[in-house]
Write a protein that binds this ligand. Structure first.
Ligand SMILES: C[S@@+](CC[C@H](N)C(=O)[O-])C[C@H]1O[C@@H](n2cnc3c(N)ncnc32)[C@H](O)[C@@H]1O
Length: 202
């Protein structure tokens, strides 16, 4: 709390009061009213635009890797249309195979980029489902989307946040390479495990 307060416009006591207020709410409806949140689920971008015409800030935390290329394209199109000029979007995106993540389904023997070895049809048959969908895309894809929609890349901060278990790039399936422009450097697909993309409309 002390650390958060040191970086916040609120004092430690004000933050504590806010958290106490949140703890006292008894339903999602009262919580959203207290925090001024409009929660739309399930949603389409059209539904969002029906509520608000423009935005000063759009952010996500390890969500974009769960969106299909089609929905990602819609999101970047929506961003271009609805983010106010000079304002920012911050997306933290995870690029690794979620079967390497700690938890019930973790396979400790695989590289964190293991999912790049498979064709689209094999991956779809064995691993794709609507509950735990991952798009198997790495950061150049998102940079290309920014270029396509003429959004300015303010920064991309790539990270390797866990011990690396390298995947031989020769094992990357051609179906994966086809998702990128032909000039892509194959090593870029396994360069970062996670990254934060900061974009803006100029
Ligand atoms: C790994 S969780 C991250 C949740 C949260 N942001 C966090 O950091 O703890 C991924 C989230 O992405 C959401 N998600 C999946 N597809 C989505 C989509 N098309 N649009 C918005 N959210 C989506 C899921 O509902 C899930 O809550």
């Amino acid at each position: 709390m002390k650390l958060i307060a040191s970086k916040s416009i609120f004092s430690k006591q004000e933050l504590k009061n806010k958290i106490d207020q949140i703890k006292k709410t008894e339903s999602l409806t009262t919580l959203f009213a207290l925090l001024n949140i409009t929660y739309i689920a399930p949603y389409t971008f059209h539904d969002v635009l029906n509520q608000f015409k423009s935005f000063d800030y759009i952010s996500s935390q390890v969500v974009l890797e769960h969106m299909s290329p089609k929905v990602l394209n819609e999101l970047f199109q929506f961003t271009k249309k609805s983010i106010n000029r000079g304002q920012f979007c911050v997306h933290t995106i995870n690029f690794i195979d979620h079967f390497a993540n700690p938890g019930l389904f973790q396979d400790k023997s695989i590289s964190e980029f293991n999912f790049l070895r498979y064709s689209d049809s094999t991956w779809k048959y064995w691993a794709e489902n609507t509950i735990a969908y991952t798009n198997r895309l790495s950061y150049p894809y998102y940079l290309e989307l920014c270029e396509k929609h003429k959004l300015k890349i303010i920064n991309f901060i790539g990270e390797n946040y866990r011990k690396r278990n390298e995947l031989n790039s020769k094992l990357i399936h051609k179906d994966i390479l086809k998702k990128y422009s032909p000039t892509i450097a194959i090593e870029d697909l396994t360069r970062y495990q996670r990254g934060t993309l900061i974009i803006s409309k100029v």
